[in-house]
Design a protein around this ligand. Sequence first.
Ligand code: GRF
Length: 229
Amino acid sequence: MEPLRLAVLVSGRGSNLKAILDAVAGGALDVSVCGVYSDRPAPLAFEWARQSGVSVFPVVPGETESRAAYDARLAGEVLGVRPQAVALAGFMRVLSSAFLDVFPDRVINIHPALLPSFRRLDAQEQAVAAGVRFSGCTVHFVDGGMDTGPIILQSVAPVYQDDTAGTLSARILAKEHKTYPAALQLLAEGRLQIRDRRVLIDWNGRRPRSPRDSVSEWQEIRDSDRIPG
Ligand code: GRF
């Protein structure tokens, strides 16, 4: 089977992009990253792409360009690499229907909290301030809302009393780097269905292939997790 063609949108450091590229190189993720796009001229993330031989495309918003105009222009650029799905990896803009309608149910994001808790920016700071004992990360389909789309996978990270937003972010980030490739692999294998705004995963009675030391949250597969016909 041909690997799924994936475009990745980034704005900054790109550690999730690197985790995706590493999973591809290690044979744990059957996707072909066909282009990395950014709203910034030269994010650090571009370096990871270049090191893997992946083309980078800065698409910087114009000063007077409307959100819809930018999103439509970005979609046009992304279409140039003929992706079958688009992964947001630290992309700092909220995409409108001008982009999303071009890739219906094919845009995926990772958020550093257990959605629907702690949407929007500073999710780790919100978790520390709320005094929750657990937080984590969520990979989800992107809809028109802010961190509201159907949830694919989540991983849990404990929150300690002496945590700062920084220490918690690092703990969650380690989970992100395993969870994002695992979720993309499920997509690549065609195992995700959206029904009534929920994602059903076709586990097909076996464990998904995921990075080696993958956390176990989604490996406990019960019969009741199978999708009814
Ligand atoms: C991650 O914490 C991700 O959950 C959030 O933005 C951050 C991006 O980090 N959406 P990186 O650029 O992948 O290192």
